[in-house]
Write a protein that binds this ligand. Structure first.
Ligand code: 9PG
Length: 785
């Protein structure tokens, strides 16, 4: 971990006052001065705020809270109580053995005779205008960016600067119940921010910052808030949701963790993401799914026949576009909630489709939304007692979906949870789907009057997800969607990390544009692509990222926008699902999809992730038979064309290095000289410049890109150069046509593709292009000069 940390953290603990302080040992840039806990609760008919004091330091507990996966040591265990209510608090302070991370954990015990309702557990509340309790991070807090992680899959996520305002939906009760955690405030003033589960504060000017977050979301939804007016002010809390803590019972928080960092390169989030993964024992990942999804072409107007026709097309294209997953989305069920009755367009249900898909050697996938309920479903009518209700007695609002206000199950009603588990069991074991897209999962954690009031919303959802995983079995691939991120850790194989894609760049609804423009969580290419980048680091650390589907069109998306979408999906390394009517897909659009297979699967460095709300600079280092090269991308988020300029510094490249560059989408070559910038032709609005940069080291023959595969080099399986002879094997396991490019000091006199002579073209001095046609087993290209 060299370079990332400024130094070990030192604690100063004052048990009698109820304070502890933390700072970096040698460098004064980070300090938490006099942290004090605050517990908000209701007891005896009144609201209370208790800031524990007079802590007793005790030797380690008999059963200290587990901290799996983090090599750590307990610094102090402190006990305090609030005698009137009989409420006891145990605070455990811990530190990673390397010294750079601080962690704490609180448990509450009701030792009294009356129930206590827990509203909020403030684990940190520093700054504001209290000079005794300060939060210091660097010397210019106004330069800090706040990385705002949204509550669930679709929720807006990005880094904001101090002068900006949190993006919020204008759709109020139509949208917010879905995407906003009711315990995390939406601030209206500029410079006031909140985040769910974790955050990063970062100063691009001073290259320093702070990572803070929870290790899990098993007990509470954790929230964080930060503002810089009048002072840097940081708050972290566990949402108690007004949960009842009965006499003799305990409640614990998830572990909270933080570390300051200094960096100008490394992603400071990585250690946190990895700690969370090891806490949940997440170690292995399947390969990223590649397939087809029915939703974004058919929406709910779907029929079994549509599935068959697309299946036939996928089969026919196996040698050109080897997809392996056929995912049936929403549209087969009579009503959301009524999962075992089927629309007339699915006369035999979905089981025969699963059989048919398997028979074709492919994997069948099915969409289900087991926690959300359509108000006009049989389920809602037959089991009104399973629905989660507000205090008024009316069913909760799960958001405006399918042109109605949806509602949700109360999973603390055992029969309701059984029902959800039963559906999963049926889909997997009766209908035969080894892949499930589980959607609208947030619906299990809406605020309401739960049958069992002793569980937090986070516990209800987590237990619900554990039950679904058990019902599905370990072998089933589960994709979580509409999912509060921390709640599905370790229980799903993949998670959607952004808003839905759609056929337009900006959100639109029923043809209305201006009102929905800028909606931060709604289906739209801009929202899907932004989150795919801002949540890129989660990929293969927490799960397989699902960037949502590629829509090739024709739609309202321009070709440049489709290229950006395709590139970002490919570079994200996550799932790759096409969502078009494949039987009418134009051949030039099919070619785009072909170039994405096989999937790269690695995740890119999003260079300005913590700097810009719309990250524009990506770098992915690739390695293969050719040695090492870089994929570099620049995204034009602007509504106007712009002239991209690449600099070594921006992409953290060695300024002394000259690169030979291939621009993938324009199929053009450039020489990018050391100590200079590379200027490209005008890039259309929302377009991407995707470059392969090959370090130029000597006057040796070299591969300098292709249009065969988006990596522009992974297709080269072997590469042998002798004095006047070159052999390379090119293979992407499917048929393809495109150009391959070589840097050649001397012009070749003979080039062959397998046995066939090949005519090339000189593009630039020393750069030659050859038309290449690949079979499913690849080709050998030989060259002599
Ligand atoms: C099926 C779809 C697709 C899609 C999911 C989810 O009203 N809304 O705001 C809203 C948001 C997302 C949404 C549907 C409605 O999409 O993400 O891939 O499976 O459900 O209904």
């Amino acid at each position: 971990m060299p370079g990332l940390y400024p130094g070990r953290l030192t604690w100063e603990i004052v048990p009698r006052e109820g304070y502890f302080s933390l700072r970096t040992q040698d460098e004064p840039f980070f300090q938490l001065k006099n942290v004090r806990l605050k517990i908000y609760f209701q007891w005896n008919g009144k609201s209370h705020l208790w800031a524990p004091q007079n802590f007793r330091s005790v030797p380690t507990l008999n059963d200290p809270p587990d901290l799996p996966g983090v090599d750590s040591e307990i610094i102090e265990t402190l006990v305090a109580s609030f005698p009137p209510a009989g409420l006891q608090a145990i605070l455990v302070l811990a530190q990673a053995n390397h010294g750079y991370w601080a962690l704490w954990h609180l448990s509450l015990h009701n030792q009294g005779r009356e129930p206590i309702w827990i509203d909020q557990i403030r684990l940190l509340d520093l700054g504001n205008d209290n000079p005794k309790r300060q939060f210091i991070l660097g010397s210019s807090p106004q330069d800090l960016r706040f990385y705002l992680n949204g509550w669930q899959s679709w929720s807006y996520t990005a880094a904001l600067s101090a002068t900006s305002t949190m993006p919020r939906s204008r759709l109020g009760p139509f949208q917010n119940p879905m995407v906003v955690n009711p315990g995390t405030p939406l601030f209206r003033q500029s410079g006031h921010f909140s985040s769910d589960f974790f955050t990063v504060l970062f100063s691009p000017k001073d290259n320093l910052g702070l990572v803070a977050g929870f290790l899990s979301q098993q007990h509470h939804f954790g929230s964080l808030a930060f503002s810089i007016t009048p002072q840097p002010h940081l708050q972290v809390w566990a949402n108690g949701d007004h949960t009842r803590l009965d006499p003799g019972k305990s409640m614990e928080t998830d572990w909270f963790m933080l570390y300051p960092f200094t960096t100008d390169h490394e992603l400071p989030l990585s250690p946190y993401l990895e700690a969370v993964a090891s806490f949940h024992q997440i170690e292995q990942f399947p390969s990223s799914p590649r397939g087809w999804c029915s939703w974004y072409y058919y929406y709910t107007k779907l029929s079994a026949e549509d599935i068959f026709q697309n299946l036939r097309q996928i089969q026919a294209w196996q040698t050109q576009l080897p997809l392996e997953l056929v995912q049936i989305d929403d549209g087969f069920e009579t009503q959301v909630g009524d999962w075992t009755t089927f629309k007339a367009s699915f006369p035999q249900g979905v089981a025969p489709l699963a059989q048919e898909i398997k028979g074709a050697g492919l994997r069948p996938g099915l969409w289900l939304a087991p926690f959300i309920v359509h108000p006009r479903s049989q389920l809602a009518r037959q089991h009104p007692e399973w629905l989660l209700r507000r205090s008024s007695g009316r069913p909760v609002n799960a958001g405006f979906v399918w042109n109605t206000f949806a509602t949700a199950l109360d999973l603390t009603v055992p029969e309701a949870l059984d029902y959800a588990a039963q559906i999963i069991d049926t889909a997997v074991h009766k209908w035969g789907f080894p892949y499930l897209k589980l959607d609208f999962l947030y619906a299990a954690a809406l605020p309401g009057r739960y049958r069992n009031p002793t569980l937090t919303r986070a516990q209800v959802l987590r237990r619900g997800m554990e039950t679904l995983r058990q019902a599905a079995g370990d072998e089933t691939f589960l994709l979580g969607c509409g999912a509060p991120l921390g709640s599905v850790l370790g229980l799903v194989n993949a998670t959607r990390i952004g808003a839905d894609i759609s056929g337009s760049w900006q959100p639109e609804y029923l043809g209305h544009r201006w009102f929905f423009r800028g909606e931060p969580h709604m289906p739209a290419a801009v929202n899907a692509i932004r989150n795919t980048l801002t949540r890129a680091p989660l990929h293969r650390r927490w799960w397989i990222n699902d960037p949502d589907c590629l829509i090739l069109g024709p739609t309202k998306l321009s070709l440049a926008e489709v290229q950006t979408l395709a590139s970002v999906i490919a570079l994200s390394g996550g799932s790759f699902l096409i969502s078009d009517n494949l039987t009418t897909l134009p051949p030039e659009r099919l070619k785009i999809a072909q170039a994405l297979l096989p999937l790269i699967e690695a995740s890119p460095e999003v260079i300005d992730l913590l700097e810009n709300e719309y990250p524009a600079h990506l770098r992915l280092d690739l390695k293969g038979a050719l040695g090492e090269w870089h994929l570099l991308a620049f995204i034009n988020w602007d509504d106007q064309p712009i002239t991209p300029e690449f600099t070594h510094q921006r992409y953290h490249l060695d300024p002394q290095q000259t690169y030979l560059v291939h621009d993938f989408w324009n199929d053009r070559h450039y020489e990018w000289k050391d100590n200079s910038s590379l200027t490209l032709p005008l890039l259309p609005p929302h377009g991407i410049a995707l470059l392969a940069a090959y370090p130029f080291r000597s006057e040796q023959p070299a591969w300098v890109g292709s249009t065969l595969h988006i990596s522009q080099g992974l297709e080269v399986k072997t590469w042998e150069v002798e004095t006047s002879f070159l052999t390379c094997r090119i293979d992407i396991h499917h048929e393809a046509e495109g150009n391959a490019y070589f840097y050649l000091p001397l012009s070749p006199w003979q080039v062959r593709l397998d046995e066939t002579p090949l005519q090339g073209r000189k593009i630039l001095p020393h750069i030659y292009g050859f038309p290449v046609r690949l079979s499913t087993s690849g080709v050998t290209l030989t060259m002599a000069w």
